[in-house]
Design a protein around this ligand. Structure first.
Ligand code: KIV
Ligand code: ZN
Length: 511
């Protein structure tokens, strides 16, 4: 009972953030990183959402050996069977089934009476138990549900075989005292509560996801559902790094342990940010660039005299400063393959390895010290190039000079046919984007453009994220290169490629 289970839902709820969708390979890379971090449960996706989602959950289930792999399913036979199929090859698989329990969701969304919801929940748990003993039940919108009904449904699903009961604050409406009260009452009032682990899943609409989760832990919850960087629907989920580091730093308050290897936190944060294109704000707790930077003279003086004057955690304990040079231009194929393997990246053929190695050599010619972050960006870039099926960047030339209007010339291959365009713009990136759009005519709106350096120094690769919208659909694009104008063009083309692809995915909570 002094163990807090960390359930990561970056690959499922995190992926529900507009624009954060991940490919199968990207999900496997993040899952391997979470496994290395010793996350207890990895929620890999919602298998019935689309054939691609099913394959991604199956691939994660095959790749991960040390963490439980979980698939989400609504309380419906087809969803549960699809999740069961996807998890068949997992070393340890969990089916997570859910149905809404709040009056507003039952009446307006499900159009069901509470007794029908209870009956459906029990049937769903029975069905999931045909596939695995490890079944989790969530009462969606529990944060706005009536406590008496929550107690009734919880007792019924535990009796049906659910081993974990998850209480989500789906819309981020609760405040810590109130949420703790719900958890405490459930544990006290449900007669068979001792047969299950109570879990919480909080959204951050009022910025209280972590506070609510931790209040629930103090009230008896022993599993927290969270995501790297707090990624997730709308304002996101509780952030894994904040939960884990609070419980560890304030052992005196929580008297609990997690199994997490905290030195993997910063690398995991970077990987998720790099893959999804969601930058981490500099002042974000634990993983923001300024989280351990002491700017003011008074603080610096104090930290130099005695670190604990201003630091409650050590930067190295969460994986900062581990950014060491790993490879250089003289490194051979074996060293490259070994390091990639350690980063959880495997190559399906010699040809794929050779391609990646050639890209690594090209980068090492431009940039002498290659860090893990560079290697991760190299793989992301290659994966993106593979999904950039319709549009490819063939050539880009930009001119910017004092006193002159910047201009760009671009050649794109669209469905294999080359097109050229030139445009002027407010700056070289603006000119390049205008030239690209003049060929593709997508009519998208650019919502966000951001550049981050992957490592330090002016020879660092720039990592660019763009977010574009078209007809209510929002997608992100990323690109990395030592030349930030080229990185920007790659990111823009990546986003436009996604816009050009139809999206056929179902959202778990929209039924
Ligand atoms: O927020 C929520 O209620 C969910 C459930 C599906 C667990 O994500
Ligand atoms: Zn959620």
């Amino acid at each position: 009972m002094n163990q807090l289970i960390i359930f990561d839902t970056t690959l499922r709820d995190g992926e529900q953030s507009p624009g954060a969708s991940m490919t199968k390979d990207e999900k496997v890379r993040i899952a391997k990183m979470l496994e290395r971090m010793r996350v207890d449960v990895i929620e890999a996706g919602f298998p019935i959402a689309s054939p691609g989602d099913f394959e991604a959950v199956r691939a994660v289930a095959r790749a991960v050996k040390d963490s439980i792999v979980c698939g989400l399913a609504r309380a419906a036979d087809a969803d549960i069977d699809r999740a069961g199929e996807a998890l068949k090859e997992a070393a340890a698989g969990r089916i997570h089934t859910f149905i809404a329990t709040s009056p507003i969701h039952m009446k307006m969304k499900l159009r069901m009476e509470p007794d029908q919801v209870l009956e459906r929940a029990v049937e769903a748990v029975h069905r999931a138990r045909r596939w695995t003993d490890d079944v989790e039940f969530s009462a969606e919108d529990a944060g706005r549900s009536e406590l008496d009904f929550l107690c009734r449904i919880t007792e019924a699903v535990i009796a049906a075989g659910a081993r974990t009961i998850n209480i989500p604050d789906t819309v981020g409406y609760n405040v810590p005292d109130q949420f703790a009260h719900t958890i405490r009452n459930l544990i006290e009032r449900v007669p068979n509560a001792d047969k299950a682990i109570f879990s919480v899943h909080c959204h951050n609409d009022l910025g209280l996801a972590v506070a609510n989760s931790l209040a629930a832990v103090l009230a008896g919850a022993r599993q927290v559902e969270c995501t790297i960087n707090g990624l997730g629907e709308r304002a996101g989920n509780a952030s894994l790094e904040e939960i884990v580091m609070t419980v560890r730093t304030r052992r005196d308050v929580f008297q609990l342990e997690t199994g997490i290897d905290t030195t993997q936190i910063v690398p995991a944060s970077r990987l998720v940010s790099n893959i999804t294109g969601f930058p981490v704000q500099p002042n974000k707790a634990i993983v923001g660039a300024n989280a351990f930077a002491h700017e003011s003279g008074i603080h610096q003086d104090g930290v130099l005299k005695h670190r604990e004057t201003y630091e409650i955690m050590r930067a190295e304990d969460v994986g900062w400063n581990t950014n060491r040079m790993v490879l250089g231009k003289h490194s051979g194929r074996n060293a490259f393959r070994t390091r990639m393997d350690e980063l959880g990246v495997s190559f399906s053929s010699e040809e794929e390895l050779n391609d990646a190695f050639a890209r690594f050599k090209a980068l090492a010619d431009k940039k002498h010290e290659i860090y893990d972050e560079d290697l991760q960006a190299l793989v992301t870039d290659a994966n993106l190039a593979a999904v950039n099926e319709r549009v490819k960047l063939r050539y880009l030339r930009v001119c910017s000079e004092t006193g002159e209007t910047p201009n760009a010339q671009v050649t794109l291959a669209l469905d294999g046919v080359e097109h050229n365009a030139a445009a002027q713009g407010g700056g070289p990136v603006d000119a390049a984007f205008k030239a690209i759009e003049s060929i593709l005519q997508t009519g998208t709106d650019l919502l966000l453009y951001s550049v981050n350096n992957i490592t330090s120094g002016t020879d660092s690769q720039g990592e660019v994220t763009v977010r574009v919208a078209k007809g209510g659909r929002i997608v992100n694009g990323q690109g990395a290169d030592t030349d930030i104008v080229i990185a920007s063009a790659k990111a823009y083309i990546n986003a436009l490629n996604k816009v050009l692809q139809p999206s056929e995915r179902e959202h778990p909570q929209l039924l």
